[in-house]
Design a protein around this ligand. Sequence first.
Ligand code: THU
Length: 133
Amino acid sequence: MEPKQLIAKAVEARKLSYSPYSHFAVGAALLCKDGSVFVGANIENSSYPLCMCAERNAIYNAYLNGKKKEDLVAMALSADTDEPCSPCGACRQVLSELFPKDAPIYMSNLKGEVKETNIEELLPFAFSEDALK
Ligand code: THU
């Protein structure tokens, strides 16, 4: 699947966002080796700290459908931002453990702008399980 198609799926998933508090809808789509795609959107709550981001919902969705880190090949996210939407710190931490470190992450916005990166670039010196040994 081309990056453009994965980004289109993130834009589509964004429509599933439940964001009555921030009015900031985010969509994410995660591509697997077998061609399957798992999506996520941000889901908010009146108890604000319980809000869940699109990227974490997408990766948890993949894992809950039996996928593992080695099955994942790319992720796209999109929001109505001036610059391509960048994943928050909490999502970076989760991706650093559950998503391959050099797999492409396509940050995008509704203007069609795209920035390609990866989790190693987004979160250098990540806290990891190594510290717990
Ligand atoms: N949000 C995401 O879904 N992903 C990000 O990477 C940034 C923030 C959501 C959380 C909240 O529902 C809304 O956007 C405003 O912060």
